[in-house]
Design a protein around this ligand. Structure first.
Ligand SMILES: [Fe+2]
Length: 386
């Protein structure tokens, strides 16, 4: 029997190649006045914003460009973006970028609507009021942030990643245009898509997973399994970029309902200690964590096997779940993910206990299918250390 479930209200989604040209029209229709176009310096310099800017001009929408969004935005960067928004008399936010630009927009929007400081809103359902009018335009196939209610901020004082999780953070509209992925550097393309794959696999394993979100996860996993290698070889490939950007948005739409698992719990302390790219760190952890979760996930992993390994794999085969895990390992290898932490941003045993304790505090422990405390986290780190 199908168990009861609920689905959250998310942003309207406009998906398709060339759809970024309609961002201006949409901004106007939403009632934005001089919106803040928020992005990062690399995207601005690479000309990724061109179709959006052209569309804004065509629609007669004046805007204020802010291209200083930080990667892994810190609590200190948010008041600066807010000051820019207020001093330019903006009404509306158009965030263009990976998770960092979109998460910056959500955090800034939270301060604009609610005042106070960003740490007041860490946790679940803290901001009482919605962010201002907001369009999110992803330029990677990874975070799914355009459709999620989360903003992840680096807390500089406590040296941890903190999350604001609230429906008040949803964008009004997500414009998902695969053509914007064309100029992604390959390592970023690979890391981001492994983040999307992690979202889909962790969401499918969540205690809150149900048939609605599972359908999105399985579709996302299938699209990534089939197109990831081709996408990383050429991020401009229309078919492959179309498939992985849809997968990323589907995975985001799923995990905003279900939460994630302990890959994400383990990734944040590693990042805070050694640095690196969020998706790439996830990719190193994903197969070992799948093996850890296997006792609770055998049936679901078996369903994933034809999507991630040999398409002719029969999910009823006794080795199917293991084949899915090996499929994830092979995919990481093929798209150029480092085999271990030591081979990526480095490793030392010294901060291990601290990292394991931090990981065990993550909210994603609650939604992971198998319990993991500090001892289990430590074992998983060591397995990935290399
Ligand atoms: Fe992620």
């Amino acid at each position: 029997m199908i168990q009861p479930f609920q689905i959250t209200r998310g942003p309207r989604v406009r998906y398709g190649r060339g759809e970024a040209a309609f961002v201006g029209e949409e901004a106007k229709a939403l009632g934005m006045k001089r919106p803040m176009l928020l992005t990062d310096p690399d995207l601005s310099a690479a000309g990724v914003l061109e179709p959006i800017i052209e569309g804004m001009k065509k629609a007669g929408v004046d805007f204020a460009l802010y291209d200083k969004a930080e990667p892994n935005p810190s609590d200190e960067s948010i008041p600066l973006t807010r000051a820019f928004y207020e001093s330019h008399g903006c009404l509306g936010i158009i965030a263009v970028g990976g998770g960092s630009a979109i998460d910056t927009a959500k955090a800034m929007g939270t301060l604009l609507s609610n005042g106070g400081k960003i740490s007041d809103y860490y946790g679940v359902n803290k901001p009482p009021k919605r962010v201002p009018l907001f369009i999110a335009v992803p330029t990677t196939a990874g975070t799914g942030s355009e459709v999620t209610r989360a903003s992840i901020i680096t807390d500089t004082e406590r040296k941890v990643k903190a999350g604001i999780h609230s429906e008040m953070l949803y964008a009004d509209l997500a414009v998902v245009d695969p053509a914007l992925l064309a100029r992604l550097p390959r390592p970023v393309a690979a890391g981001a898509l492994m983040d999307a794959l992690t979202h889909a696999i962790e969401s499918a394993g969540s205690k809150y997973s149900g048939p609605w979100t599972e359908a999105m996860c399985m579709r996302a996993i299938g699209l990534i399994g089939q197109h990831a290698r081709r996408f990383v070889a050429d991020p401009a490939d229309p078919e492959a970029s179309g498939a992985v950007s849809l997968a990323s948005t589907l995975a985001g739409a799923s995990f905003t309902n279900t939460g994630l698992g302990i890959v994400h719990a383990l990734t944040h302390p590693y990042f805070m200690t050694f640095g690196g790219h969020h998706g790439t760190i996830n990719a190193i952890l994903l197969a070992p964590v799948m093996r850890f979760n296997l006792p609770a996930m055998r049936e679901k992993y078996a369903q994933m096997a034809p999507l991630l390994a040999d398409p002719s794999t029969d999910p009823r085969d006794p080795g199917a779940a293991e084949a899915a895990i090996e499929g994830v390992r092979a995919l990481g290898r093929d798209v150029g993910i480092a085999p271990s932490f030591r081979a990526y941003c480095g490793w030392s045993d010294e901060p291990l206990d601290m990292m394991a304790r931090e990981a065990a505090k993550s909210a994603t422990v609650q939604t992971n299918p198998v319990f993991a405390g500090p001892a289990e986290m430590k074992r998983l780190y060591l397995e990935c250390a290399g």
